[in-house]
Design a protein around this ligand. Structure first.
Ligand code: ZN
Length: 332
């Protein structure tokens, strides 16, 4: 889920599945006033990159794309693979299961900080964390996330649960020697304090980095990675671009957070991993560096954080569409 989702970005559940083409299991409901067509394919990158954070479990747009269609489009423009990120038990299971059959996908699993309070109130947070811990041990699950703190969407009453859940996720990441993907919205200081108190995993990533240049320098001091999303291209995002400039190149990552945070000039339309080159080119322009040099650096960083996409083989043939390729659950 995005770092700057608006309240109208609610999601509904779909009857999807891992196999087949109609496989998303959530649907983005924010359709009012948006252009729901997918933007055109960008010019392909010469040096390939990976999308460090995406949500292919969420369908969006007038004609939603299955995760395989998404990955085919991405491959065609030099986006070679993705980290598919879960935010609750169901989407984490889906992410882990898809990664097992899809060579271009690795998975991250977690309970999102905005999901933790309701689970805690229902008395099921510990059960959910136990599932995340179990999934964290599966092949091709390479990160725990997205986890963290969100003081924008969750009020005072939910904070104790967020802290408890975040701390548990940090421990799960360390026990399983996985990277940690952090969601930090309006909670910079508390996130940093928690990481220092519990002890950050060796590979810690701020997904959709939202701090300023000072915070980028602080992250750099601790060796924490900063993953920039499409909002770094927005006109009003000069603070983010200053942070990008302050971040050491060896700690830079790039992501889409699709279907949210579509980079310029397509802000508001459905986002997808194939639009990563737009964000990368915007970053390279701001850093006054060559796009291929930046791609090579970010790909090297990405593989240091998560390993290689072909490090563990998939357990099923990629071109097997499964027993039921018919779109289900309202997915066209
Ligand atoms: Zn996300």
């Amino acid at each position: 889920m995005p770092s700057d989702a608006v309240p109208s970005d609610s999601l509904t559940s779909l009857d999807g599945g891992v196999d087949g083409y109609g496989s998303a299991i959530r649907k983005r409901e924010n359709t009012q006033g948006r252009d729901l067509s997918y933007p055109p394919l960008p010019e392909p990158l010469t040096v390939p990159v990976y999308d460090n954070h995406t949500h292919l479990e969420i369908s969006d747009g007038e004609h939603p794309l299955s995760y395989r269609e998404q990955l085919d489009r991405a491959s065609s423009v030099g986006v070679r693979g993705v980290i598919q990120v879960g935010g609750d038990v169901e989407t984490s299971r889906w992410s882990a299961a898809c990664a097992l059959i899809e060579p271009r996908m690795l998975a991250a699993v977690a309970i999102h900080p905005n999901e933790a309070p309701a689970l805690d109130a229902a008395g099921t947070l510990d059960d959910a964390l136990a599932v995340i811990n179990e999934l964290a041990g599966q092949p091709r699950v390479v990160a725990v996330g997205e986890t963290g703190l969100d003081f924008f969407r969750t009020g005072e009453e939910g904070r104790a649960a967020q802290f408890r859940s975040f701390e548990a996720h940090i421990r799960i990441a360390k026990e399983n020697n996985l990277a940690l993907q952090i969601h930090d919205r309006n909670a910079h200081e508390a996130v940093i304090e928690t990481l220092l108190k519990v002890g950050a995993p060796e590979r810690t990533v701020f997904h959709c980095f939202s701090g300023d240049a000072d915070m980028a320098r602080l992250c750099a001091d601790h060796g924490w990675y900063m993953s920039f999303a499409g909002n770094v291209t927005f006109k009003n995002a000069s603070m983010l671009r200053d942070a990008l400039f302050a971040a050491p190149r060896n700690l830079l990552l790039v992501e889409t957070d699709a279907p949210f945070l579509t980079p310029l000039p397509y802000r508001g339309r459905p986002n997808a991993p194939y639009l990563l080159p737009n964000t990368l080119r915007g970053m390279a322009a701001h850093l006054e560096t060559d796009v291929s040099l930046l791609s090579a650096q970010i790909t090297a960083n990405t593989e240091l954080v998560y390993g290689r996409w072909d490090a563990e083989p998939v357990t099923a043939a990629h071109d097997d569409p499964g027993p039921d390729p018919t779109p289900r659950g309202g997915i066209a």
